[in-house]
Design a protein around this ligand. Structure first.
Ligand SMILES: *[C@@H]1O[C@H](CO)[C@@H](O)[C@H](O)[C@H]1NC(C)=O
Ligand SMILES: *[C@@H]1O[C@H](CO)[C@@H](O)[C@H](O)[C@H]1NC(C)=O
Ligand SMILES: *[C@@H]1O[C@H](CO)[C@@H](O)[C@H](O)[C@H]1NC(C)=O
Ligand SMILES: *[C@@H]1O[C@H](CO)[C@@H](O)[C@H](O)[C@H]1NC(C)=O
Ligand SMILES: *[C@@H]1O[C@H](CO)[C@@H](O)[C@H](O)[C@H]1NC(C)=O
Ligand SMILES: *[C@@H]1O[C@H](CO)[C@@H](O)[C@H](O)[C@H]1NC(C)=O
Length: 937
């Protein structure tokens, strides 16, 4: 022990040469992702942060209070690809503020207070492809503002105050420009006379909700135009000189607030029209508009939204026999005449999302050509067996967000082509045999977000032999039985509630690659405290790469050491409230490819390093929300790139630990109980000074102790005193170390045992007198002295019996030692506040310094008090020659009782019985009886 401080000092000195290993950002986080992403949202920033890595490819400063971008703010971000400044208060951007961003592709300046765009504001943005300026107050744009943007594909200028087309003509002449959105501006005229160029490459123009009075094309300026949006414009003049000018327009959106004559004229000049969106429509005129639209033979897709009518009669779509797609979302439709779709003999898609239907419209029944049917977000309660009976070509059926309670076998039985069925967000209560017929091509079945509980019996999905994706995640839960997933050999992704993990449940799912389980106890009879599960529930899932298990906090399951056996392809594992005891070291031996691991809410304070030995490929580790007090277990994870230990009980961080992780770039230690004193001085310095590992949120870590430093920021506590200390100690120790070594080695060589004995006796005496004076009862029944290597036996074998079954109060060093107290004091305290001391003896116990100290101390008490305090438990057969160096031990064995842990399990009950007797006896040594182990003697 005495050599530790010196080593520490030496390490410190060497560290000075290798200081740049970590850093922390005040206002941003470098995301752990492939691209260098700097995310600084919602931090009340008032300017672009300057204390961040300049090699970022993505910079996101959305949702702040930035009002200006100055010329130098972004000068050094040479690698920037994406810049997001949405939802700030930008009023001003300096000229050439972006001039150095030679790689910028996406710029989002939406939701700000910009009013002017000056000529040089976008200077240099030659690679920009997408520019978003919506929701500003832009009214003035200098003539050449957009000229540098010759890679631009898409610009959004919606919700501004642009009133003059001439201000933005430059946009139309950009060689790569395709989409221009000018929705909700103050434009009054769109006239080719205001466009001083020959032709433009633009394909989509949105002019929705302007105050347009005319749309005039006298020349062929938009040969590539395919989509024009003119919704919300009042009565306006439409003049297109030739019906070839808009030859490529396939999509148009309009409101009905102009005459039927202009409407015909528009349709007459757009001969390739396929998709027509009419909104909003008033009841009396709607039918005439639809009739005109449908008699224009090219129209294949008709979308009608914001209709005020509740009922659609049988004439409404009479002339629409050529329609292939009919979309009627957002219309308040409650009823349709049963013949309303009769003439739609070519219809492939019908969308009635977001209406007021209370059942599946009868008018759907004759639509045997239908491939896609969307009835989501209605109030459908019932389905009739005939509703879908003719829809044998249906590929996708969406019934999400309705009021469906019962599912019957006849509903879907004729849907032989169905690929995707969405029944999510319904209060489904019974499923019964619904999926037992038909649906042989179903690949995707979504029953997620159900509002009630339902029950699934054995083989409920057996017939769905093509199913690839099944989602059963619901708000409440689904009762499942054994074999519920039987016969689903092709299933690749499964999300479900289950009440136990059994081998039978997952047996046939050989192709499964993704499994997400939500575990709870179902039904009132299941005991919630403990549940039986198989030892190797996943052993057949050899192709599984991703496994997520979320256990309800009030539910606990028994986890066996080989629980992950068979998961040889597993790459990513996330478990929450899963392990409730330290992880067994065999747990990950079955998942050698594991690279991402997240174990949260597992309550343990300790992990053994051996747990991670079998998964050397681990790159991302998240151990948030546990009670870890140390990170020493990380030792061998050399490939670690991300470590998140948010919300644990870490108080002292040994920064030298991080030197063994050359790839560690992301470290999150937030919400721990950091100690602000010299023990953490090295760690603080490491956070400040290095540039390889990002300490996420480091600037806001707070001191949890000592009391004088509470509320202070961890990075601010003063370490100067620690340094003075260190220098002084260095000086003193350097000069005296030689002398001391001489003296010590002399003493050690000749007076070793006498010294140790005297020291222990002294300590023991002091503590015992203290205790007797206070007349204290014993706090514990027994102090267990053992080596770390035997921890597993102690925790898994001994603890459950002694504490669980026999009810003794035990004192264990990893659990009950007071942190911060010197270890010798802790040991003495433990021995004297326990009635007995049980020594768990093995080879490693004998080799450990501390353990032999514990044995000495206990034997001192034995001689001192003449009480039978010591119980020896031998974990392994130790031959006399191995014991010979431990003469004290041999002497004890001659006089004391001792027990041997039997290898055969049937003798173990006797062993525990004997141990119980040993713990009960309070006799003096001379009266005691010799306890004998039955196996040998
Ligand atoms: C970053 O955060 C610190 C402290 O919270 C603040 O003082 C500083 O002004 C911030 N930087 C920027 C650019 O806003
Ligand atoms: C920015 O505009 C919003 C409304 O669009 C307004 O509420 C806010 O006060 C403006 N901010 C500044 C700094 O002008
Ligand atoms: C906008 O530009 C005009 C002149 O073009 C100028 O007078 C005005 O101050 C500018 N406003 C802002 C906020 O830059
Ligand atoms: C349209 O794009 C082509 C290349 O696709 C280009 O040659 C032409 O100059 C562009 N037209 C305009 C008006 O920029
Ligand atoms: C018109 O559209 C068709 C199909 O979308 C396309 O192949 C053709 O190139 C377009 N014509 C022009 C002039 O862009
Ligand atoms: C539609 O165009 C045809 C010629 O292509 C013309 O005869 C007819 O009058 C036009 N109809 C309307 C309403 O403009």
């Amino acid at each position: 022990m005495s050599c530790r401080p010196l080593l520490f000092l030496l390490a410190q000195t060497f560290l000075l040469f290798d200081m740049f290993l970590s850093f922390t950002l005040n206002n941003c986080t470098m995301e752990f992702s492939e691209t260098e992403t700097l995310s600084c949202q919602q931090r009340l920033l008032q300017k672009i942060p300057d204390d961040v890595p300049l090699n970022s490819e993505v910079l996101d400063v959305s949702f702040n209070q930035i009002s200006q971008i100055k010329k130098n703010d972004l000068k050094r971000f040479l690698e920037l690809n994406v810049l997001l400044v949405t939802r700030n208060q930008l009023q001003n951007i300096d000229d050439e503020a972006f001039v150095n961003l030679k790689k910028l592709r996406i710029l989002d300046l939406s939701h700000n207070n910009l009013t002017n765009l000056t000529q040089l504001v976008f200077a240099g943005l030659h690679t920009l492809t997408s520019l978003n300026l919506e929701h500003n107050h832009i009214s003035q744009i200098a003539p050449n503002t957009f000229q540098p943007l010759f890679s631009l594909h898409r610009v959004v200028l919606s919700f501004n105050r642009i009133s003059n087309l001439a201000d933005i003509t430059a946009l139309f002449t950009l060689p790569n420009m395709q989409q221009i959105s000018l929705t909700k501006n103050l434009l009054t005229s769109f006239d080719s006379d205001d466009l001083p160029f020959n032709s433009s490459n633009v394909t989509e123009i949105s002019l929705n909700y302007n105050k347009l009075q005319n749309f005039i094309l006298k020349r062929d300026v938009f040969p590539r135009l395919s989509s024009v949006k003119l919704t919300g414009s009042q009565q306006f003049d439409w003049y297109v000189a030739s019906d070839t000018f808009l030859r490529n327009v396939t999509e148009i959106s309009l409101s009905e607030s102009f005459s039927l004559a202009s409407f015909s004229a528009i349709l007459n000049s757009t001969r390739s029209l396929q998709t027509l969106l009419l909104t909003p429509l008033d009841r009396p005129t709607a039918k005439s508009f639809v009739q005109i639209a449908c008699s224009t033979t090219s129209v294949k897709t008709l979308t009608l939204t914001f209709l005020t009518l509740r009922f659609i009669d049988h004439q409404f779509f009479q002339s629409c026999s050529q329609l292939q797609e009919l979309k009627l979302p957002f219309n308040n439709i409650e009823q349709l005449s049963s013949q309303s779709f009769n003439s739609l003999t070519q219809l492939k898609g019908l969308d009635m999302n977001l209406n007021q239907l209370s059942k599946v419209p009868v008018s759907v029944r004759p639509l045997w050509t239908l491939e896609v049917l969307d009835l989501s977000s209605n109030s459908i309660r019932e389905i009739n067996c005939l509703d879908f009976a003719n829809l044998t070509r249906l590929i996708s059926l969406n019934l999400r967000r309705n009021q469906i309670v019962h599912l019957e076998q006849c509903y879907f039985q004729n849907l032989f082509s169905l690929d995707t069925l969405d029944l999510g967000r319904n209060p489904v209560h019974t499923i019964g045999r619904t999926f037992e017929v038909g649906l042989s091509h179903l690949r995707v079945l979504l029953l997620s977000g159900n509002l009630d509980q339902f029950w699934l019996g054995p083989g409920a999905f057996r017939n769905l032999s093509s199913l690839r994706i099944l989602n059963l995640k619901s708000n409440k839960f689904i009762f499942t039985e054994y074999d519920v997933f039987e016969g689903m050999e092709k299933l690749r992704r499964l999300v479900s509630w289950v009440s136990e993990m059994s081998k039978e449940l997952f047996e046939g799912l050989r192709d499964l690659v993704f499994l997400e389980l939500h575990m709870n106890s179902f039904g009132p009879n299941t005991r919630t405290d403990q549940n039986s599960s198989d030892e190797t529930p996943f052993s057949n899932l050899q192709n599984l790469t991703q496994l997520l298990i979320f256990v309800e906090p009030t539910f606990s399951i028994k986890i066996f050491p080989d629980v992950f056996q068979g998961l040889q392809s597993l790459v990513s594992l996330k478990v929450d409230y899963f392990f409730r005891a330290p992880i067994h070291r065999r747990t990950f031996t079955h998942t050698p490819l594991l690279t991402r691991l997240s174990v949260t809410n597992s309550d343990f304070s300790f992990l053994s390093a051996e747990v991670f030995d079998p998964i050397p490929k681990l790159e991302e580790l998240d151990l948030s929300k546990n009670k870890l007090t140390t990170l020493e277990f990380l030792g061998n994870l050399r490939g670690l790139q991300m470590l998140v230990v948010h919300d644990n009980h870490l108080s002292i961080i040994n920064e030298t630990l991080f030197q063994s992780f050359p790839s560690l770039t992301y470290l999150d230690l937030s919400k721990n109980a950091l100690l602000c004193d010299c023990l953490n001085a090295g760690f603080q310095e490491w956070v400040w000074s290095s540039n390889r590992t990002q300490v996420v949120g480091g600037a806001s870590y707070q001191c949890m102790s000592p009391v004088t430093q509470l509320e202070q920021r961890f990075l601010d506590f003063d370490t100067r005193l620690c340094k003075i200390d260190i220098e002084f100690i260095l000086f003193v120790s350097c000069s005296s170390v030689t002398l001391l070594t001489l003296v010590l080695s002399f003493v050690y060589h000749f007076l070793r045992w006498q010294l140790i004995y005297a020291y222990n006796l002294f300590l023991a005496h002091v503590y015992d007198t203290k205790r007797r004076r206070r007349n204290e009862a014993h706090r514990y029944d027994a102090f267990i002295s053992y080596s770390v290597h035997d921890e597993e036996w102690v925790c898994h074998e001994m603890l459950p019996v002694l504490e669980g079954q026999q009810g003794w109060r035990l004192c264990l060093h990893h659990r009950d030692f007071q942190p911060g107290k010197p270890i010798v004091e802790n040991i003495t305290d433990a021995i004297y506040s326990s009635r007995k001391t049980v020594c768990v003896i093995s080879t490693s116990y004998l080799q450990s310094d501390w353990c032999s100290r514990e044995i000495q101390m206990a034997s001192v008490r034995l001689f001192d008090e003449h009480k039978d305090v010591l119980v020896l438990v031998f974990l392994e057969e130790l031959s006399p020659w191995r014991l010979s160096p431990y003469y004290r031990m041999r002497r004890l064995m001659k006089k004391r009782s001792y027990l041997r842990w039997p290898r055969a399990s049937q003798h173990r009950a006797v062993f525990w019985q004997n141990l119980r007797r040993a713990l009960e006896s309070d006799a003096h040594p001379d009266q005691q009886h010799r306890l004998v182990q039955s196996e040998q003697e």
